[in-house]
Design a binder for this molecule. Sequence first.
Ligand code: IMP
Ligand code: MG
Length: 167
Amino acid sequence: MRIKPIINSFDLQKRVLELSKEIEKDYEELYIIGLLNGAFMFVGDLARHMNKNVYIDFMKVSSYTGDKSSHFNVVCDININIKDKDVIIVDDILDTGKTLSKVKEIILSKNPKSLKLCTLLDKPSRREVDIRADYVGFEIEDRFVVGYGLDYNGFGRNLNFIAEIEL
Ligand code: IMP
Ligand code: MG
């Protein structure tokens, strides 16, 4: 399999630091919910630059396959209490938007004080449901990408840059 780097590690780290500072200034205390597995690296780097009270937990949900929305379910839920807290959901990539809109619904049902969405990558041209992220690292074209947490059948998750897959 060939890959073509599109965001190098320097630009990635620079943007993650910027995002971290942008988010930090909006909060005194923040509850970060990362979506596994894709967001594990992003959450780590995002949070380590913040000098506020930050609480971190992760949620794992099963993906949609095709258009069978009934396949969505929570594989592993958070176990911190976010009621009346300022919460931000962090994901690796916003594609059709189905995953994040479902997760948003679930998190809202736990009655946080506020809820915002953050995604490292955004493919706006692929959107199928009406959702947008409050904090976006990079907008990208409709290409399948790997690296920095994102994978293709398990491949590429550990890379410290983002690359397009050339199938
Ligand atoms: P959505 O529900 O269509 O927005 O899908 C979001 C999820 O699909 C992401 O959290 C990723 O796990 C996966 N995904 C979408 N596009 C890509 C990609 O280009 N590379 C790797 N994973 C992707
Ligand atoms: Mg994901």
